[in-house]
Design a protein around this ligand. Structure first.
Ligand code: ZN
Length: 88
């Protein structure tokens, strides 16, 4: 796809990068990191209104707002299952 200069772009199509990381200290839990950018000019979307940093029990965003970080489980898994503070 041909890249459009950012100033001339009307941002009509987007592409997302998704990374899923297994949380070593929380069996059955995964962190999903999402970044979205315009498919034409590559300008990123900036997430809004979420806590900054990392929330192992919910959703947060990178300090610059360019990455959404969501704690997830497989469908049907209940409870947290965290072993925070324990060493392995
Ligand atoms: Zn664009």
């Amino acid at each position: 796809m041909e890249m459009t200069p950012m100033a001339a772009c009307s941002h009509t199509e987007f592409q997302a990068d998704v990374a899923v990381t297994r949380l070593e200290d929380a069996p059955g839990w995964y962190m999903v990191d999402v970044r979205v950018q315009c498919a034409h000019c590559l300008r990123p979307l900036q997430f809004r209104g979420l806590p900054l940093g990392l929330d192992l029990h919910g959703v947060a965003m990178a300090p610059d707002g360019l990455e959404l970080r969501a704690a997830t489980t497989m469908q049907g898994v209940r409870g947290f299952g965290f072993r925070q503070g324990e060493s392995q």
